[in-house]
Design a protein around this ligand. Structure first.
Ligand code: WT7
Length: 646
């Protein structure tokens, strides 16, 4: 049987547990499509507490890129994630924290979460932070990163979390673009026993951000850091003095909740803006139905707070539902490759959500780290970030889930706020490698070359018809770019940037990006940012970056660099270039392979032909395509000659 047709049925035990059987899913899905406003109004009232009911459910105009949900409604996100749970579950654990070292664990109840968030909110107020202000958060994966996000939400400040693996240039660009006046960080973070100098990175960035007046520093390692009394604030000292009462700010549904920067195919990173009402509803609802969340579940998503997965499925979705969510500071391979399985055993994790790249890496190390652990608490497994290859899927299903746990392969994006396509745990079944079926209210469309909708089995660019509450509302400070990037490619639809295939059962198979965005270990990397970092080197005149298939990471970073006149190629320079990218952007952006390129293939108008560079990097020379439009076709021969993969 062809892979596209193979169904792995969901086990009866899982089906029984599921909130949705097939028929209920179909009925609710039909309602969500035929009468979306009624459907979403009901969900909004079921999932969220509102200070004031909304006047309209949705106002959507994709031609103008104007999107509003629950206009007129008022609520507070931190109230919905904390305060309303205090009556019934104040003593319940909200956050299980596990530090880099396995013996460093701690439970934070909803009551304690409330105190910490209120205090932190007051610390922010003391530093002058007001509703609508933007706050940059650059933190290790410790509970305080959640306190920081929720404290912002409580007072109506807009957070912009910057992944702790990013470095100076990336932080600086994001602080400046969002005009942040306050940065929250830690002295150092520690991952896999290695120290990362967060405060020093912030200091270097802030020295070029005159607008920043406060840097709040959480003491994590106690390591030595430079200190500037005018700007730096000791978090522990400020918290000790802060009042633990802070009334939540009444927010409009459409007030911004956060900005999250993500890489595009060109230019500066894009500041994706999500708003309070629609985003929280969508995060909470998908968390409940996709992960089949029930009261008492212990839930673990391994993402970092610096990515949208951390926002929606470590903090906002689970906490809105009153769940117990695990925050993990470390890495899956420290102290050994059994770390995740050991944690599942110790914390009796029921739902485990991770990325295919982690699964592949752990699978490659061998089963002995799994087989001595008791994983019987597991009930459901999830993946996100890239398509999962069937080999990794089977290992995850059989060795981790013991063939009992449904796997939800969840397709979504920073821009979508929450999961749009997945195989729900009560559904017809799973197909390894397919994302599955649309969530409520989601209408995926595959278009043809002319931009027309295709029916039935189809393959092509994936776009969305109509809106869903978790959809992004704009790009921070640049609504024109928002319109151009997402709504101009196929008028009247949201353009995802991914290609997809729909099979005869209606399942969607994601084929990957159709733009120049890289997906390295499930992280989106912009080629432009890496190229800019490379050309900072005085010996480099030009650089072009493409992706190539990588066994563990999915895609690796392949860079072509052109030397300045009179400079010479050397091993040493290669190392310098890798170190430069690590310093500027963070080590996960570091090129895996660098090829010397005396010339780059360009059109006569000077545009680099990436298609050709990708083919050469992949060593796929049979289909180079037409090179006759190049300004100098001979450079291609030379690049082929020097290619690194053969
Ligand atoms: C891009 C979005 C959504 C959180 C993680 C990444 C790819 C994501 C899947 C999946 C195939 C996937 C897409 C998408 N992607 N999930 N289950 N199957 N591809 O968020 O950084 O905004 O990246 O990741 O290409 O467009 P992101």
């Amino acid at each position: 049987m062809n892979e596209l047709e193979k169904f792995y049925p969901i086990k009866e035990s899982a089906k029984k547990h599921s909130h949705l059987d097939e028929a209920t899913y179909q009925t609710m899905y039909q309602q969500s499509i035929t009468n979306p406003d009624q459907f979403w109004a009901e969900q909004a009232n079921e999932f969220l507490d509102w200070y004031k009911p909304f006047d309209t459910v949705s106002n959507i105009d994709f031609n103008k890129a104007d999107i509003e949900w629950f206009k007129g409604g008022q609520l507070n996100v931190s109230y919905n994630c904390i305060d309303r749970h205090l009556k019934d579950r104040g003593e319940q654990t909200a956050i299980i924290f596990e530090g880099d070292e396995p013996n460093d664990t701690r439970n934070i109840s909803y009551k304690e979460l409330h105190v910490q968030v209120c205090k932190f909110a007051n610390v922010l107020k003391q530093r002058g932070v007001k509703k609508g202000d933007t706050v940059c958060i650059y933190m290790p994966m410790i509970p305080d990163v959640g306190y920081a996000m929720l404290a912002c939400a409580r007072i109506g400040a807009v957070h912009s979390v910057v992944f702790g693996g990013f470095s100076t240039e990336s932080i600086k660009a994001r602080i400046q673009a969002a005009d942040c006046k306050v940065v929250i960080t830690a002295d150092e973070s520690v991952r896999g026993g290695k120290i990362i100098p967060l405060k020093a990175n912030v200091d270097a960035a802030v020295s070029e951000c005159p607008g920043v007046h406060s840097v709040i520093v959480v003491e994590r390692t106690g390591g030595n850091v430079a200190w500037n009394n005018d700007i730096d604030v000791n978090y522990q000292q400020a918290m000790a003095k802060a009042d633990s009462v802070c009334e939540p700010e009444v927010m409009d549904a459409e007030d911004p909740l956060f900005i999250l920067y993500t890489s595009g195919s060109t230019g500066a990173p894009k500041g994706v803006v999500h708003t309070c009402g629609g985003y929280l509803l969508y995060a909470a609802m998908t968390h409940k139905y996709v992960f089949d969340y029930r009261d008492g579940d212990i839930y673990w998503c391994t993402a970092d707070a610096g990515w949208i997965t951390g926002h929606s499925y470590i903090f906002y979705g689970p906490l809105a539902n009153g769940a117990t969510t695990l925050v993990f500071e470390g890495v899956p391979t420290y102290p050994d490759a059994g770390r995740c399985w050991d944690m599942i055993q110790r914390h009796k994790i029921n739902v485990f959500y991770t990325a295919p790249t982690a699964i592949r890496a752990l699978m490659g190390i061998g089963d002995e780290y799994v087989l001595d652990k008791d994983l019987s608490s597991l009930r459901l497994l999830g993946t996100v970030g890239e398509p999962i290859n069937p080999e990794a899927w089977h290992w995850y299903y059989e060795i981790i889930g013991k063939s009992n746990c449904p796997i939800v392969d969840t397709w979504w994006q920073t821009e979508t706020g929450g999961i749009l396509i997945t195989s729900l745990p009560g559904s017809a079944g799973m197909k390894p490698g397919a994302a599955g079926l649309p969530f409520f209210g989601v209408q995926p469309v595959i278009i043809d070359k002319e931009g027309n909708e295709q029916d039935g089995e189809a393959r092509g660019p994936l776009v969305m018809k109509g809106s869903w509450p978790g959809q992004m509302r704009t790009l921070y400070g640049d609504h024109d770019r928002f319109h151009k990037t997402y709504f101009s490619q196929c008028a009247g639809y949201y353009y995802t940037g991914d290609g997809a295939q729909r099979d005869k059962d209606g399942y969607y198979w994601i084929l990957g990006r159709i733009d120049d965005v890289l997906n390295v270990s499930g992280h989106r990397l912009g080629t432009a940012e890496i190229e800019s970092a490379l050309v900072l080197h005085p010996k480099i005149s030009e650089a072009a970056v493409v992706g190539y298939p990588h066994d563990i990471k999915g895609q690796g970073v392949y860079a072509y660099v052109t030397l300045m006149h009179d400079e010479v190629e050397s091993e040493e320079l290669l190392l310098e270039l890798k170190a430069l990218v690590a310093k500027e952007l963070g080590s996960f952006s570091k090129p895996d392979l660098i090829q010397w390129a005396p010339g780059l293939p360009k059109t006569r108008s000077g545009k680099i032909m990436r298609r050709i560079l990708r083919k050469i990097a992949e060593n796929d020379l049979g289909t180079l395509g037409d090179t006759s439009t190049l300004a100098d076709p001979s450079v291609v021969e030379d690049l082929i000659e020097r290619r690194l993969l053969r």
